[in-house]
Write a protein that binds this ligand. Structure first.
Ligand SMILES: Nc1nc2c(ncn2[C@@H]2O[C@H](COP(=O)(O)OP(=O)(O)OP(=O)(O)O)[C@@H](O)[C@H]2O)c(=O)[nH]1
Ligand SMILES: [Mg+2]
Length: 342
């Protein structure tokens, strides 16, 4: 997980951390070497004709030290060079960090002392990932208390992990004794209803479903009634793709208009490359409240998360970390930065 971004961050950190170890060597050399020179000078006064030695004889200890100081080599320079920054940016882009974000990170390193690079990177990554806390379980509990039910609507492109995420959140809420009902409002894709029904069976969670081709807004409406009856929450699945994006957005607008969800969650596949930003823009049309990123367990690049956080200030609630019900991890910026840097 995060192998690529970790590698690019590590490479630049290592480059500037190296002098720290070598610095001792340098100090050792500057102390011991002149001593040798002195010995040599003392031992060879007879060779009067030897000009360079005579020259050294008249020099003070400090001057000798100065002569013997190792020449400033590339990796001893403290400041991060333009070349380093360019290379670093490229590495970040390869790890799926958007160009804008790569530039933003590199900008924070410009003209800085390279020996502080890890600290600088940690601060920058944390500031990119920081977010307002949004505890969805508490939000749901509050809504149920206030109005007798709660409706959470999920959307995202096909294959992003909506159905799997709904099942996992259902599991988590049920563990906290919150009554849950699934709404099978993806009435478009073959087998979508069966997929959610199978999860409902496994988890012993109620499900409201209609026929394929039915009106998704009506499914959600019925599920909301059911939630009222059980004093619980609806987790509503939706289709990921219709005949066109326009149809999809129209359908989502209709579901929203009729059912007025309490909160909406956009599910994004973290493996999606730069398209992920485009998806945020597209679904911005239906104005989502929060995000869930899936397949983080198999995400070797790791950069998408940084780009997502820069693109939107909506909170990331959870990360999908596998295929089991328990594999839904709370988003934790500190933990992620640790995984990327340490
Ligand atoms: N490794 C891994 N696989 C995941 C994760 N989340 C979902 N998947 C897998 O991704 C695939 C698609 O997941 P779905 O939940 O069916 O996606 P969807 O968004 O409902 O797709 P549509 O119904 O076609 O719109 C499935 O094979 C899931 O098992 C995750 O966090 N990690
Ligand atoms: Mg689905």
């Amino acid at each position: 997980m995060f192998g690529f971004i970790k590698k690019s961050l590590k490479e630049i950190v290592k480059k500037f951390e190296k002098p720290k170890e070598d610095k001792k060597e340098v100090e050792k050399k500057t102390i011991t070497k002149p001593k040798k020179t002195e010995d040599k000078v003392k031992k060879e006064p007879a060779k009067k004709e030897s000009k360079p030695i005579e020259d050294k004889e008249v020099k003070s200890k400090d001057e000798i030290k100065e002569i013997e100081k190792p020449k400033k080599r590339g990796f001893f320079s403290k400041q991060i060079s333009e070349k380093d920054l360019e290379k670093f940016k490229l590495e970040l882009v390869k790890a799926n960090v958007s160009f804008d974000v790569a530039e933003e990170i590199a900008e924070k390193l410009r003209d800085k002392d390279g020996r502080n690079i890890k600290k600088l990177l940690r601060t920058e990554l944390l500031s990119l990932l920081k977010q307002e806390e949004f505890k969805i379980e508490n939000f749901i509990k509050e809504k149920i208390k206030e109005q007798g039910n709660c409706l959470v609507l999920f959307f995202g492109y096909n294959g992003s992990g909506k159905t799997t995420t709904i099942a996992r959140l259902g599991y988590l809420l049920k563990e906290q004794k919150i009554p849950v009902v699934f709404a099978a409002a993806d009435t478009f894709r073959a087998a979508a209803i069966e997929q959610l029904s199978a999860h409902a069976d496994n988890l012993k969670i109620d499900i409201v479903k209609h026929k394929y081709g039915g009106d998704p807004a009506a499914v959600v409406f019925d599920a909301k009634k059911h939630a009222e009856a059980i004093n619980g929450v609806v987790l509503a699945d939706t289709a990921g793709r219709l005949h066109s994006d326009k149809n999809l957005m129209e359908e989502l607008h209709k579901i929203l208009r009729i059912n007025k969800p309490d909160t909406t969650i956009l599910v994004l596949d973290s493996l999606t490359g730069s398209d992920i930003l485009e998806q945020i823009e597209k679904f911005g049309e239906v104005d989502f409240d929060a995000l869930i990123l899936t397949k983080v367990d198999v995400n070797e690049k790791g950069g998408a998360m940084l780009s997502v956080k820069q693109k939107t200030d909506k909170p990331i609630l959870f990360l999908g970390m596998g295929q089991e019900y328990k594999d839904l991890e709370k988003f934790d910026a500190e933990k992620i930065v640790k995984k990327m840097l340490d």
